[in-house]
Design a protein around this ligand. Structure first.
Ligand code: SF4
Length: 201
């Protein structure tokens, strides 16, 4: 199946029937902080030439023609037909306008579920938690420059050096995102890949 923007190449997501629309790491991460040192999307499949190009093209289209970008997103979600859809297996919410677009897409598909991990907490606060649709789950992710704004009464995620360090009553999203995407509130993920050694914990 040919998509305009969407990727199906993330094995961890694909095995759970999750598809994703992605942006390039770092370039589209306005609040990236220490995470840049151990960014999982900067190595491995998301960084391979084809995957990297899709992500760069997506950002370019968003910046130059956001209306077309939104139309393509809506088309791709219909084509993919997945119940759970992730924003940004790499990259982040690049602006408040991008978040507003994500909200419109969620409202367009009330019977589907959307989620994202983000360090762009200031954009969430600008829109207001109360204005997010119930089918768009925002998981605040530690490791950015706005960590002090994270509200732990809402979903949040932390990286751990080993799986054993993830508290037992947290959702462990190391091998599957499904529970984190839908119901988990405290989410732990083990650092992985070539950059694991850069994670200080
Ligand atoms: S915000 Fe995510 S994608 Fe962006 S640099 Fe940090 S870890 Fe990588």
């Amino acid at each position: 199946m040919k998509f305009n923007l969407m990727s199906m190449s993330n094995a961890k997501l694909d095995k759970d029937g999750i598809c994703s629309i992605n942006l390039p790491p770092k370039l589209s991460c306005p609040f990236a902080g220490e995470c840049k040192a151990y960014c999982f999307a900067c190595t491995g499949p998301q960084s391979w030439r084809g995957a990297k190009q899709i992500r760069l093209n997506n950002l370019e289209l968003w910046e130059n023609n956001p209306e077309q970008y939104e139309k393509f997103v809506i088309e791709d979600i219909h084509k993919a037909g997945r119940l759970v859809n992730r924003w940004n297996d790499s990259g982040d919410i690049v602006s408040t306008e991008y978040l507003k677009m994500m909200i419109r897409v969620a409202n367009h598909y009330p019977d589907r579920h959307f989620y994202t991990y983000t360090k762009s907490i200031p954009f969430i606060l600008k829109i207001g938690w109360e204005n997010l649709p119930s089918n768009l789950k925002i998981i605040q992710s530690y490791g950015g420059t706005a960590d002090h704004l994270i509200d732990e009464s809402k979903p949040f995620a932390k990286i751990f050096k080993t799986e054993e360090e993830i508290p037992k009553d947290w959702t462990n999203a190391t091998h599957s995102d499904l529970e984190a995407a839908t119901s988990g509130t405290k989410i732990g993920i083990m650092a992985h890949g070539a950059r694991k050694s850069k994670f200080k914990g």
